[in-house]
Design a protein around this ligand. Structure first.
Ligand code: EPZ
Length: 425
């Protein structure tokens, strides 16, 4: 296992470039299972979850060729199975997208239940409800889902689906399955995240007919065939961008975050301005600068375009450094405050009560040894360590490597004192 050693107290200055979106590229890689030929995908982030997903496809029989550091060519023509076993998928929540892709291609899917960050219960009942509406029989037993169309030719039939919960995963999984369902499928109460739009755009570049992605109603007209894609570039990662914006603010620095879509950051930008953080916005960049005392603010996580749950740990660190009392309500994910235990050991004043946390500041954080509980909790601890006095050792950084491309190198490039330490065990 690796660790990060961080010496706090350095203000971050300079500029860094954001990589492609983890939460877009994972379903896009799965979507290539539907293509009748090779797909070339650009702006792929170099992260553990992508490596895991590509390994799954290779083990299923796909041909995966790395054209350069961030470009891959995937040809799934030779995939001849619709089964993804536990050993393949256990670590990766995004592997549930294989269900929609296998159903769309074979009319069958046998996929082990997903893994991923421990964020409370993470059901997939809305995915399964949607598949059933499309004419799929679902069996759940022994930790895996067995899905098969009633139609013996493997065809699904369009339907109207109303999601009981706004779910990124269910919205994307049902788009994947409905691409080839006969007729027009209408999905209502959809997630509107930028990565939902990116997956829809990728599928349309394969010949799918998807309209309305980015709104709460998506219409999918089934087509008999989907073809390969000459080239497709994944959108920038809005959560990676936001993480660096908050790290800059937490150290009182002056950092330009480049290769982003500012509109995707709107809820964070508005919150940072409310907290008296300096924000300047360009065409494809945002500059964060020190504008004096950071003020407390209240945050409630919501589906996009609300404040993203994936930014909740990071903003909580900044609120610990802010002047005043802040209230954070986590309304999307079941339980996502694990990281606060470590932050409190560093000196933060946080009281968690169910889905709500009260934060009082400003608090001086002190460096020490801490453990990353999950991907975004780990990123939050990095931000705390950068702002803290003294040295911090963060353990279990494999969680962070799942979703951040070269976070050590990017932070070093703006002056952070951070190094990756290989464990001697
Ligand atoms: C995706 O998870 C992301 N993961 C998560 O990012 C992100 O936190 C989440 O969307 C919300 O934006 C990937 O894209 C791989 P959901 P997902 O379905 O699809 C409930 C990160 O940090 N729900 O939108 O699992 C669910 O329990 C990761 O990058 C049901 O009740 O999230 C949750 O409370 C962490 N039934 C809420 O909906 C379902 O069938 C939102 O879940 C599905 C979800």
């Amino acid at each position: 296992m690796c660790k990060f050693m961080i010496t706090g107290g350095q203000t971050l200055n300079g500029e860094l470039t954001v990589s492609g979106s983890k939460n877009a590229v994972l379903p896009i890689i799965c979507a290539t299972v539907l293509a009748g030929g090779p797909c070339t995908i650009e702006n792929i982030p170099n992260i553990a979850d992508v490596h895991s997903m590509l390994n799954i496809l290779k083990k299923l029989g796909a041909d995966v060729e790395k054209l350069d550091k961030n470009t891959i060519k995937i040809d799934t023509t030779n995939i001849n199975t619709y089964e993804a076993t536990f050993d393949l998928v256990s670590k990766l929540r995004g592997s549930y997208y294989l269900m929609g892709a296998f159903l769309g291609r074979f009319g069958k899917a046998v996929v082990s239940l997903p893994g991923g960050c421990k964020l409370g219960t993470r059901p997939i009942d809305q995915h399964l409800k949607g598949f059933q509406a499309l004419g799929v029989d679902i069996e759940e037993a022994y930790g895996k889902i067995t899905a098969e169309t009633y139609d013996k030719e493997g065809l699904m039939y369009a339907n109207n689906i109303y999601l009981d919960v706004v779910s990124v995963g269910a919205t994307i999984n049902l788009m994947l399955a409905a691409c080839r369902a006969a007729g027009q499928t209408v999905i209502e109460n959809c997630a509107r995240e930028p990565h939902v739009v990116d997956v829809a755009n990728f599928l349309n570049s394969m010949g799918a007919k998807i309209r309305g992605a980015g709104t709460d109603i998506i219409k999918i007209t089934g087509v008999p065939h989907l073809h390969g894609v000459q080239t497709y570039s994944v959108i920038p990662d809005q959560i990676e961008a936001g993480t660096y914006m908050i790290a800059a603010a937490a150290t009182g620095g002056n950092v330009t975050v480049k290769n982003i879509i500012p509109r995707h950051q709107e809820s964070l930008t508005a919150k940072l301005l409310e907290m008296n953080v300096g924000v300047e916005e360009g065409e494809d960049w945002i500059r964060i600068y020190n504008n004096g005392v950071i003020q407390a603010a209240n945050v409630k996580t919501l589906p996009y375009p609300g404040f993203p749950t994936d930014m909740q740990p990071q903003i909580t660190v900044l609120l610990s450094l802010a002047d005043g009392t802040s209230k954070i309500v986590e309304s999307v994910t079941d339980f996502r405050f694990q990281y606060t235990e470590e932050l409190k050991r560093m000196g933060a004043d946080i009281t968690v009560n169910g889905k709500m946390a009260m934060v009082s500041g400003p608090k001086k954080l002190k460096g020490m040894t801490v453990q990353a509980p999950d991907l975004r909790g780990g990123a939050a601890l990095i931000i705390g360590a950068l702002a803290a006095e003294g040295e911090t050792m963060i353990q279990d950084v494999q969680f962070i490597d799942r979703g951040y491309d070269d976070i050590v190198g990017k932070l070093q490039s703006v002056g952070a004192k951070i190094v990756r330490v290989e464990d001697d065990d």
